[in-house]
Write a protein that binds this ligand. Structure first.
Ligand code: PGA
Length: 267
């Protein structure tokens, strides 16, 4: 059973105070609304500095927090790095590995991303592995091959027993922060192919892995993606910074693809 997931990636935005202002808008809404059935799982990825404050502020809600990056190392002389266990300590349940900005601006390779996925699992965090082609790769007809390689290398250190706790996000690089979203049909084709790749690697266990779409998602286009059964939710950048717009997206997901059991209704 794959529960839809709506995840907001704030990137390098918001101070601690701004994160708390966001969460008070969210908490007020959630207190009234969470009795409605079918809520997706909701996740926020603030910058590292706001993690403890935000996870504390959201403790009374079912909203979870995660980190945007982690070190592949466990501890030691790695100036500027943050380990999985530190993130766990700061209240994280999830961590993003291999976001395209990490790959393209900071030079993370598929091998590094695989090590980060492993480090996340070792720290009892759910990794969100991001994969996606550049515009040039799409134009050259390489989209499926590129995403296959990124999936294979990112998940190489994962066992079939573990893969159910991994999430994959298909984020075409040309759609991130550009306002040019992918067509739901195109996203579906790539996501189906990513699931086929995982089925070759993990057999039946691949069925449990949630695959999100990311890239210029807004409240006005999320429905088209959620109507595709293969798409399990969204990873949202710019539109996650405003609590009202973020909640509009969450509500659209709830309406379009009600979760079999609401995240807010306990076990
Ligand atoms: P965007 O970013 O929604 O601003 O396009 C998506 C992402 O980077 O995850």
């Amino acid at each position: 059973m794959r529960i839809p997931l709506v995840a907001g990636n704030w990137k390098m935005n918001k101070t601690i105070g701004e994160a708390l202002t966001f969460s008070s808008g969210l908490s007020a809404f959630l207190k009234e609304e969470t009795r409605k059935p079918g809520w997706p799982e909701i996740l926020i990825f603030p910058p590292f500095t706001a993690l403890p404050a935000l996870s504390g502020a959201l403790a009374e809600t079912e909203v979870k927090v995660g980190a945007q990056n982690l070190s592949w190392e466990k501890r030691g002389a790695f100036t500027g790095e943050i380990s999985g266990s530190m993130l766990k300590d700061a209240g994280c349940e999830y961590v993003i590995a291999g976001h395209s900005e990490r790959r393209h601006i900071f030079g993370e390779t598929d091998e590094v991303v695989g090590r980060k996925v492993r480090a996340a699992l070792d720290a009892d965090l759910h990794p969100i592995l991001c994969v996606g082609e550049t515009f040039e790769q799409r134009e050259a007809g390489e989209t499926l091959a590129v995403c296959r390689t990124m999936t294979e290398m990112g998940l190489a250190p994962v066992t079939p027993d573990e893969v159910g706790s991994v999430v994959v996000a298909y984020e075409p690089v040309w759609a991130i922060g550009t306002g040019r979203d992918a067509k739901p049909d195109d996203a579906e084709e790539v996501i189906d192919s990513i699931r086929d790749t995982m089925a070759r690697m993990f057999k039946d266990a691949a069925k449990d892995v949630r695959i999100l779409y990311g890239g210029s998602v807004k409240s006005i286009n999320i429905r088209g993606f959620m109507l595709k059964e293969t798409i399990d939710g969204a990873l949202i950048g710019g539109s996650s910074l405003d609590p009202e717009e973020f909640l509009r997206i969450v509500v659209e997901v709830q309406k379009t693809r009600p979760a079999p059991k609401s995240f807010g209704q306990g076990e």
